[in-house]
Design a protein around this ligand. Structure first.
Ligand SMILES: *Cc1c(COP(=O)(O)O)cnc(C)c1O
Length: 435
């Protein structure tokens, strides 16, 4: 496989963009190579500048739940585009999206659109702090909520991969109110709420962690978190930026039956265009400007193109939810059993394990069980890098970092998955030098 054109573009890119990329994980640094540059994609297939074809397990990190350049989604898009790209004055489609989210996530009574998941969590926290008139927040080790200052503490993926638990440029004063607990460890939550009685505005959590690889919460953990936050009059925020409309149509709250006070969305609701949203109980959301005093704004928030794409995506997901979510879950299960069979056959249970919930799945280069950041932090990232490169050579684009899940879409087929399992077996044998 040749990467000449990608290399050429990369050599230009590094002159003008830090690291040559607009988001760190795209640099492929943690898998020990230079990035490939993408030219186009269709369904589950993606093509780089050298016309190499790959089966894509990144899917833009989740938004492309129907696959790349889905015909149904694209139909009518050009007409919308021709009407105008942004007005800075409201449009009806924003109301349609907000209504859809509220009607389908019953605990969300009002919602505000923003442009990214980062903005959604940052704004949700600001609102929760204003609502409770408290400053401290609780987050969990290994959970990522975007890159806003107060949340950039012990977060996942990029920061785990690069071993930067927090980032320079974030003043200590900014994070002094951020308390970090252990994922799936209620004890650590109880202790913090005891120690900072009546000071904690909110607890924010990924109900299925997706940014340290896929680490599902235990049901008792989320139930306990719900109870503790409620007992302490703190706001519980579910960061469903990955899980919302992906883990199931009703996201993690449907799967776990636990309702948060506020919920953050992103990724899926924009279907590949820049969108985020935060919402929750009416009483809390009424704090947000211009109805309330909490300032939050956005020149491009609720952008008509993004709303059109997102709304259509949501309508399709609802209309065919059994088919779509069952399909992804079935394929994830197939990957899981395929991987497990390889692990067993090659006697690698001390080196590899699989973590899966519904259609979300990770292959970890460590032994299980996987319950928290502690379980994944010693993964052999070097071996993952070798695995990534071996798979790329065989035409499979995996997430270019160990601490990310594989993203499936409705466009992936049984054949794609069968071939992925075959290639996985070959790649694993190659990197561990097994005959
Ligand atoms: C991706 C992600 C974010 C950040 O969203 P951006 O759109 O990248 O700003 C926040 N929370 C979770 C759980 C995410 O996966």
């Amino acid at each position: 496989m040749e990467f000449n054109k990608s290399k050429e573009i990369y050599n230009e890119a590094v002159k003008y963009i830090p690291g040559g990329v607009n988001s760190p994980v795209r640099a492929f640094k943690s898998v020990g190579m230079e990035p490939i540059f993408i030219e186009r994609a269709k369904g589950a297939k993606i093509y780089d500048a050298d016309s190499n074809e790959y089966t894509d397990y990144i899917c833009s990190w989740g938004p492309l739940i129907l696959g790349h350049s889905n015909d149904e989604l694209l139909e009518g898009f050009v007409d919308i585009l021709k009407k105008g790209t942004s007005y800075g004055v409201p449009t009806k489609i924003e109301v349609d999206v907000a209504k859809f989210i509220c009607e389908n996530y019953t605990q969300v009574e009002m919602v505000r659109m923003v442009n990214s998941g980062t903005e959604a969590t940052m704004s949700a926290l600001r609102t929760a702090r204003a609502y409770t008139k408290r400053n401290k927040i609780v987050k969990f080790e290994g959970c990522y909520h975007g890159h806003s200052d107060s949340l950039l503490v012990k977060s996942g993926s990029g920061t785990i991969t690069y071993n930067v638990p927090t980032s320079p440029g974030v003043p200590e004063d900014t994070i002094k109110d951020t308390l970090v607990c252990r994922y799936n460890d209620l004890e650590s939550v109880i202790n913090v709420f005891d120690e900072y009685k009546d000071q904690i505005a909110a607890g924010i959590v990924e109900p299925v962690a997706g940014n340290m690889g896929v680490v599902p919460a235990k049901k008792e953990f989320l139930e306990g978190l719900r109870k503790i936050t409620k007992d302490n009059n703190s706001v519980l925020i579910f960061d469903e930026v990955i899980t919302g409309f992906r883990l199931a149509f009703g996201g993690a709250k449907e799967v776990y039956g636990v309702e948060a006070d506020m919920t953050c969305f992103g990724k899926i609701i924009g279907a590949g265009l820049p969108v985020g949203a935060y919402g929750g109980k009416r009483e809390i959301m009424e704090m947000v400007s211009p109805l309330g005093p909490v300032y939050q704004a956005g020149t491009l928030s609720g952008n008509p193109l993004a709303m059109y794409m997102g709304y259509k995506n949501l309508l399709i997901l609802k209309e065919r939810k059994d088919d779509i979510y069952n399909h992804m879950e079935r394929l994830a299960k197939k990957l899981e059993s395929g991987f497990n069979k390889i692990i067993e056959e090659l006697n690698l249970a001390d080196k590899l394990c699989v973590s899966r919930i519904n259609g979300m799945i990770s292959l970890f280069f460590t032994n299980g069980p996987i319950v928290s950041y502690d379980s994944v932090k010693d993964c052999d990232t070097n071996m993952y890098g070798k695995f990534f490169r071996a798979m790329l050579e065989r035409g499979f684009l995996l997430p270019p970092a160990q601490f990310e899940g594989f993203f499936l879409s409705y466009a992936h087929t049984d054949e794609d998955v069968d071939k992925t399992i075959e290639a996985t077996k070959e790649s694993i044998k190659e990197i561990y030098s097994i005959n």
